[in-house]
Design a protein around this ligand. Structure first.
Ligand code: ADP
Length: 767
């Protein structure tokens, strides 16, 4: 908190410095400029003040000079008026006056007519031509009128020499109106009367109507704007006396001072700029640092892993938020603690201390430690702890840092998983079926249950490979088949399919149920059935014995008859060989027929397993007709058989099929026992379709009530006194054994009809 406050203060100071620095520099420059302006202004004020005083002084000096000249001239005029002068005396006095007053160019004495009586010097200077001179002399009229001294108006001579005449009246006793004129060169007046200390500071000029008429200045110096003018009236002339200050040449000290101040200013501005840059750079670095710190704090706070640092002596020096939350103590409580930490459970103190010492001695296990810690509320929890050296920024080993993971939940999940696994294994082992899972690609056994291990004698299947070849593995639809373990003499119902294992790999899942007992029962039943069939056949044979005797009698009687005929032929003198041959051929045919009847009966009665092979239906029908011929004749039944010459070959056990047809036809004949003789008809209709051969045996007996139709096929169901009730049951077994169906329905023409179907072999079929 204090740290962040300090940081805020620092930031504010940096910002303030950054803002204030250019202002301070600008303020300094402004103040310095103001100081210079003010200094210059003050200097100007001082100069102006001095200038004004000097100007007043100068004006007064000029005034005094002209007044003095006036006094001298008035004195001379007085002397001339009272003492009477001659030319020589005038020259003498003029000479002395002109020597004192160089600005006076000449003195002239003019009488009342305006004629020049005397003058000194004798000749007018070149710059004063006659006309201009006259203009000057014209001023005497004003003097004469007022009898007072006067100045002439300004006359500019050649080369603009400014000339002025001061006219003094000469008051003669006889009221003469003479005048004394002093021609004054105003330029010379200024040259003479502006002292050196004024001349070196100012350019002094005498102006009239803004025009400069006389001046005194130094050509080497430049004038400034600093200038003052003052009225300097010499009636009737209105002049202005003006002084303009020369530009001051600065001394080397002043130069040095200015340079120093300028250098200091530049230095200060430079350092201000550098300071500003430094602050900016620092702010940038601080910004980056803040970001990094914020990032680190965010990372630390988002961690669920506890982090704990100790110095080399084992004192806690740092704890992150996750660890505080884990143990339930604040960082302030834990920092500085060593040895027995508050989160060590009392019962695990030895273990905690051992790990603590191992860390401090640098012998911590790289694989970490599983430990139990205690929260502030006393709750225990399991952790995994990893320790490493704490190295500071200069590469110095300063302590130890540990990361701590709360594995309580993990442990709980692991336990739950273990329990679930155990339940699964218990259920699996409780199954009667042998279950196995093997890798589809490598055939390595991944899982088997106890039944599997027991049945196939694989106590330790780990690392074994599935070598049970009971079903060919294949992708796609699940397999459900029977398999005989010839080694152990067991039958299994094997259900097998490909599946996905817990790790996503493809596996082969097999469930083998031992069906040996079932198989044995089926076999017994089959044998019993066969026994029954034989018994049935024997009974049928017994019943038919007389019919068969009659049937056999026919060929035997025929043979006997042919034999007698042969003997008769042979007893003749010349026996007819041709007759003999015919008789013997017929005898052979009858013998063959008798033999066929007998072999048919033998096969029929013989007890044997089904033996399928291609057979002609016409042959079957022929055999059955032969077997039943006596019965048909005896019962006077009209037997009709459909055309069997073009029927396809079927793949079947011929004797079994003959038995089926024989049974059904015999039942039909017996059913018509009470049918009027004229109506006794037995129809055998055999028709092939695409893939099925259907055989219909229809009679005109009493028919069968619908509710009894299924009963007939049950074993031992009979309505006959001497019947066994097994005939139809066996017939259905035989037909189903040939993948066909047998059922009964009412015959549309009266009576009932038994129908059975047999699959016809497809063209591609190869037996
Ligand atoms: P059994 O001939 O020894 O009685 P079957 O299994 O052959 O044994 O016949 C069972 C019973 O079905 C016969 O007793 C008879 O009542 C009846 N049955 C069989 N065929 C016919 C038929 N064509 N018409 C009427 N009833 C029949």
């Amino acid at each position: 908190m204090a740290k962040s406050l300090y940081r805020h203060e620092e930031q504010a100071l940096s910002r303030w410095l950054l803002t204030i620095t250019p202002f301070a520099a600008a303020l300094f420059a402004l103040a310095f400029a103001l100081f210079l302006i003010q200094t210059a202004h003050k200097e100007d004020q001082a100069i102006t003040s001095t200038l004004e005083q000097d100007l007043l002084w100068q004006k007064q000096a000029l005034k005094n000079r002209l007044d003095n000249l006036n006094t001298q001239l008035s004195g001379l005029a007085e002397v001339i008026a009272t003492e009477g002068f001659n030319s020589a005396e005038f020259t003498g006095r003029s000479l002395s006056l002109l020597q004192d007053s160089p600005e006076v160019m000449s003195l002239e004495y003019v009488d009342e007519t305006g004629q020049e009586r005397w003058r000194y010097p004798q000749y007018r200077p070149d710059f004063l031509p006659e006309q201009k001179h006259r203009n000057l002399v014209a001023a005497r009229s004003a003097v004469l009128a007022s009898n007072e001294s006067h100045f002439s108006t300004l006359v500019l001579g050649k080369q603009s020499v400014p000339l002025l005449a001061q006219v003094v009246p000469v008051r003669l006793p006889y009221n003469g109106r003479h005048t004394l004129l002093a021609m004054i060169n105003l330029n010379t007046l200024l040259q003479q009367q502006v002292p050196w200390w004024i001349a070196q500071r100012y350019q002094v000029t005498l102006n009239q109507n803004g025009q400069q008429i006389a001046s005194k200045f130094d050509r080497n110096l430049d004038a400034t704007q600093l200038s003052r003018g003052i009225g300097f009236d010499l009636p009737p002339n209105q002049f202005e006396l003006r002084a303009t200050v020369y530009q001051q040449k600065q001394s080397w000290q002043q130069h040095l001072l200015t340079l120093t101040v300028a250098a200091l200013s530049i230095l200060m501005l430079g350092s201000t700029w550098a300071l500003r840059r430094h602050i900016k750079e620092r702010q940038k670095v601080e910004g980056q640092l803040r970001q990094e710190t914020a990032m680190r704090e965010a990372m630390e706070n988002s961690l669920v892993t506890g982090i704990r640092a100790m110095d080399k002596d084992g004192h806690l020096i740092y704890i992150n938020r996750a660890f505080c939350e884990m143990v339930g103590y604040s960082a302030e409580t834990l920092i500085g603690k060593s040895q027995i930490m508050p989160y060590w459970p009392p019962e695990d103190l030895d273990r905690c201390m051992a790990v603590y010492r191992a860390i401090l001695s640098g012998r911590a296990e790289p694989s970490g430690y599983q430990m139990r810690f205690m929260r502030a509320n006393g709750e225990r929890f399991d952790v995994r702890l990893y320790a490493a050296k704490l190295i500071d920024g200069e590469g110095q080993h300063t302590g130890w840092i540990s990361s701590i993971y709360d594995i309580t939940e993990l442990q709980r999940e692991r336990d739950a998983l273990q329990a679930s696994h155990e339940r699964f294994v218990t259920v699996l082992n409780g199954l009667d079926a042998a279950v196995s899972v093997s890798d589809s690609a490598s055939c390595e056994m991944l899982l088997t249950n106890r039944q599997f291990d027991r049945a196939f004698n694989i106590p330790d299947w780990h690392g074994r490979y599935c070598a049970l070849p009971y079903v060919a593995r294949r992708k796609g639809a699940p397999i459900d088949t029977e398999w005989f373990d010839s080694y152990r003499g067991h039958w299994y119902q094997v259900k097998s399919r490909s599946s996905v294992w817990v790790d996503g790999s493809e596996v082969w899942l097999e469930i083998a149920t031992d069906i040996t007992a079932l198989k044995n029962a089926q076999e017994r039943e089959r044998q019993q059935n066969e026994q029954l069939q034989q018994t049935t056949r024997l009974i049928s044979m017994g019943e038919m014995a007389s019919s068969l005797a009659h049937e056999l009698n026919q060929p035997l009687a025929a043979i006997a008859s042919y034999a007698t005929g042969c003997r008769n032929v042979l007893s003749q003198a010349e026996p007819n060989i041709s007759q003999l041959d015919q008789a013997i051929e017929k005898m052979a045919a009858q013998a063959k027929r008798a033999g066929k009847i007998i072999s048919g009966i033998r096969e029929f009665v013989q007890r044997r397993a089904p033996h399928r092979k291609p057979c002609e239906i016409a042959d079957l029908v022929d055999t059955v007709r032969t077997l039943l011929a006596a019965e048909v004749a005896k019962q006077q039944v009209k037997l009709t058989i459909s055309d069997v010459s073009t029927l396809p070959v079927i793949y079947a056990d011929a004797v079994m099929l003959e038995q089926v047809m024989f049974n059904l036809m015999k039942n039909a004949i017996e059913a018509m026992h009470n049918t009027p003789q004229a109506e006794r008809a037995l129809d055998l209709l055999i028709t092939p379709s695409d893939d099925i051969l259907s055989v219909v045996i229809a009679d005109r007996g009493p028919g069968i009530p619908p509710e009894q139709m299924e009963q007939l096929f049950k074993p031992f169901y009979t309505t006959k006194n001497t019947g066994m009730g097994m005939g139809l049951n066996i017939c259905r077994s035989i037909i189903e054994h040939h993948q066909g169906r047998l059922w009964v329905e009412a015959n549309p023409g009266g009576g009932s009809r038994f129908i059975f179907t047999l699959p016809l072999p497809q063209e591609s079929y190869e037996p």
